[in-house]
Write a protein that binds this ligand. Structure first.
Ligand SMILES: Cc1cc2nc3c(=O)[nH]c(=O)nc-3n(C[C@H](O)[C@H](O)[C@H](O)COP(=O)(O)OP(=O)(O)OC[C@H]3O[C@@H](n4cnc5c(N)ncnc54)[C@H](O)[C@@H]3O)c2cc1C
Length: 442
């Protein structure tokens, strides 16, 4: 009897590895669709690179600062029936022109510019010659253009793709900005970026999903047909085996092949995945002051700078993120190069020089942290937009979600959430209901 109960406790229809945006979305959707789902996360919190840690009373984000509340994110939270709990800043996105912050989602640009950009996209979808040819980088397209346009473009590709114009295909930039509702509404959560993901995790657990924090998966196991049939998880200091019918990995394509072991994959596949990997980098200075250092109330993009691409005033919308009397800010840059090795000290110095210039009073601000998101384990983006790997793998019941496996022309957390929706729709088609262990809700 006890053995049967233990087997059931460790048997799942679906295992999701990693509770980042893609993993959370996959787990929530699988659970909602009636799969007995286990979500395992190596860290002590959900959200991955869209999470938050507490530091001396300040809520400091681990990566993402704002979340798109419509599009794929809005659809996920509506489908699962969870409120995101976000607040929309009075001016969510702005462009600093001289000393003025020009709103991008309202005013002249919001009411005329954005619809015109969307119209250009509509026209380009009908008349293909209007769209930049795939294969040519934005940097190449901008050759010979003035320094303002090139500087602004660098900061926009940094903010949206964590890349320099020479890294990204002009067609992917065009498709991103001209898709319907490209720049939808953005919000901030009073608990920081972790807020929406924690709300989703709570609903997941309350509706039958199992969430194990501090529990890294160390390897996947396979049956004699070469399908994945389980995983080894480190939990409470012990290794334990769980069985599953399908695995969704949010650990990134390279980590996924490492969890498989090359010997379980078709010859050459693991090497191919590793050779495709080109994670990009972002550097963020989180700082606080008892003085108001800017009138911005959301995220501000900058024209040409040394490095600073965008900055956010978080307490303008969510004062709960700092102790009373304090203002909390973050300023972010893409180093040069954005992919591969760079000189961290030089790059941090350039970012701080920009912050000194753009935020009078920065020199006396309290620096809470300097976060360098780079490399395979904690990148800004696992893949440059347009160069993501497929969500499917050569193992029929093993999938990737997250920012190494997004659709063309998507980005941010919503691109990860979309990858999860597509994977779960596929799993639901391929693993019929009567084959599953249980139906929790739906
Ligand atoms: C500095 C910065 C600023 C950004 N700003 C924004 C923004 O403002 N808005 C926006 O929408 N996007 C932003 N992004 C992008 C966005 O944060 C990421 O694209 C997104 O959060 C990545 O989600 P993911 O699904 O790939 O999962 P990840 O965040 O990569 O999470 C994966 C999770 O898997 C866990 N894991 C890995 N291996 C294992 C294992 N073996 N076992 C168990 N768990 C494992 C990890 O601990 C992690 O929690 C920003 C990114 C950065 C770095």
């Amino acid at each position: 009897m006890a053995q049967a109960a233990e087997e059931r406790d460790n048997s799942f229809d679906a295992l999701v590895i990693g509770a980042g945006a893609g993993g959370m979305a996959a787990a929530a959707r699988l659970n909602k669709a009636g799969f007995r789902t286990l979500l395992v996360e190596a860290r002590d919190r959900v959200g991955g690179r869209a999470s938050t840690v507490e530091q001396d009373g300040f809520l400091v984000n681990t990566g993402a600062l704002i979340i798109e509340t419509g599009g794929e994110n809005g659809r996920l939270f509506a489908d699962v029936g969870v409120s995101m709990g976000t607040r929309v800043p009075s001016q969510p996105l702005a462009l600093r022109v001289g000393k003025r912050d020009v709103p991008l989602l309202s005013g002249v640009i919001g009411t005329l510019g954005m619809p015109l950009i969307a119209l250009a996209g509509l026209a380009a979808r009908r008349f293909i010659r209007l769209r930049p040819k795939p294969g040519e980088s934005l940097g190449r397209k901008l050759e010979g253009r003035g320094p303002y346009l090139r500087g602004l473009s660098r900061n926009i590709t940094s903010a949206v793709f964590a890349a320099e114009p020479s890294d990204v295909d002009a067609a992917v930039v065009f498709d991103y900005f001209t898709k319907p509702k490209a720049l939808d509404t953005f919000g901030l959560h009073p608990d920081g970026s972790i807020g929406p993901w924690r709300a989703l995790a709570d609903r997941f657990e309350h509706t039958g999903g199992a969430l194990w924090l501090n529990s890294p998966v160390t390897r996947l196991t396979f049956d004699s047909d070469g399908r994945v049939n389980g995983a080894v998880v480190q939990r409470n200091g012990e290794e334990m085996e769980i069985s599953t019918r399908v695995v969704v990995s949010n650990a990134g394509p390279v980590a996924t092949v490492n969890l498989c072991g090359d010997e379980h994959l078709p010859a050459g596949y693991a090497q191919w995945v590793r050779s495709q990997s080109a994670p990009s980098a972002l550097i963020t200075v989180n700082f606080a002051s008892e003085q108001l250092l800017t009138r911005a109330t959301g995220v501000v993009f900058f024209g040409p700078t040394r490095r600073l691409a965008y900055a956010a005033h978080l307490t303008a919308t969510c004062p709960e993120m700092a102790p009373p009397g304090w203002y909390l800010y973050a300023g972010t840059s893409t180093p040069h190069p954005a992919v591969g090795a760079f000189d961290v000290d030089t790059e941090v110095g350039l970012l701080k020089a920009d912050l000194t210039e753009k935020f009078p009073g920065f020199e006396s601000a309290r620096i809470l942290s300097v976060q360098v998101c780079a490399g395979e384990e904690w990148p800004a983006q696992r893949a440059i937009a347009g160069r993501d790997l497929p969500q499917t793998t050569p193992i029929a019941n093993l999938f990737n979600v997250g920012d190494g496996a997004r659709e063309w022309g998507s980005g941010g957390q919503s691109g990860c959430v979309q990858s999860a929706r597509l994977v779960v729709e596929r799993i639901a088609r391929e693993l019929p209901r009567h084959d599953r262990l249980s139906s929790s809700s739906d």
